[in-house]
Design a protein around this ligand. Structure first.
Ligand SMILES: CC(C)(COP(=O)(O)OP(=O)(O)OC[C@H]1O[C@@H](n2cnc3c(N)ncnc32)[C@H](O)[C@@H]1OP(=O)(O)O)[C@@H](O)C(=O)NCCC(=O)NCCS
Length: 177
């Protein structure tokens, strides 16, 4: 069955609830919708959720969570972006752009200077098109048995004008999002 792409830009809404059921509504029964289970990481749930509904069904999501981060000697906070997913049959029609951009607009109002996300290497180009920058430094994140090197790629985006990424080793003082 083919699915017609959305004919007009759908609205992004704040979701009051986002659990495994909502993820399945978007991604179906895929038991590894983000393709990261091989990394063996423990992930943090997000605090705020943005979604797109089509004919009543949730078809896209981005989650946000504010987290402490150390870069060199500096202690700061980032808005972590995660759980970016679009229904398989609706990919390639700009829904990720819409939902990530709406989440970004919200993130800019929350205080931290940086957005941060982790992704597989083949998605770097996608996020670059949305304004994200690749971080070349190694990034350590918390895991249940202590700090671990993040095996995925890390990207950041300024949430205010004139913001620069500080130099030095990067350590997320939390489980990754
Ligand atoms: C990754 C994902 C969310 C993209 O959703 P999508 O709705 O197809 O993305 P969009 O159509 O909004 O594309 C956004 C932009 O990235 C570009 N793009 C899309 N896929 C791309 C790819 N694989 N490589 C490079 N650029 C890509 C698009 O051309 C578009 O750019 P433009 O708006 O300037 O034309 C979707 O494929 C998905 O759900 N994948 C499985 C879950 C996952 O891996 N999530 C990422 C977690 S970090």
């Amino acid at each position: 069955m083919t699915t017609n792409p959305p004919s007009t830009s759908p609205a992004v809404v704040r979701l009051t609830q986002y659990s495994t059921a909502e993820l399945r509504e978007i991604a179906g029964d895929d038991d590894d919708p983000f393709g990261v289970s091989g990394a063996g990481l423990t992930w943090l749930p997000k605090q705020e959720h943005f979604g797109i509904r089509r004919d009543g069904r949730l078809v896209a999501h981005t989650g946000l969570v504010t987290l402490p981060l150390a870069v060199g000697e500096a202690e700061t906070e980032v808005v972590g972006f995660g759980g970016v997913v679009v229904a398989p049959e609706l990919r390639g029609h700009g829904l990720a752009r819409l939902v990530v951009t709406a989440a970004l607009e919200h993130a800019r109002t929350t205080g931290p200077q940086y957005g941060l996300l982790f992704c597989r290497p083949h998605l770097l180009a996608l996020y670059q098109r949305l304004g994200w920058r690749t971080l070349e430094e190694d990034v350590h994140v918390e895991q249940p048995d202590g700090p671990a090197l993040m095996p995925l790629r890390t990207m950041w985006i300024p949430l205010r004008d004139g913001v620069h990424w500080p130099s030095g080793p990067v350590r997320l003082r939390s489980l990754p999002m």
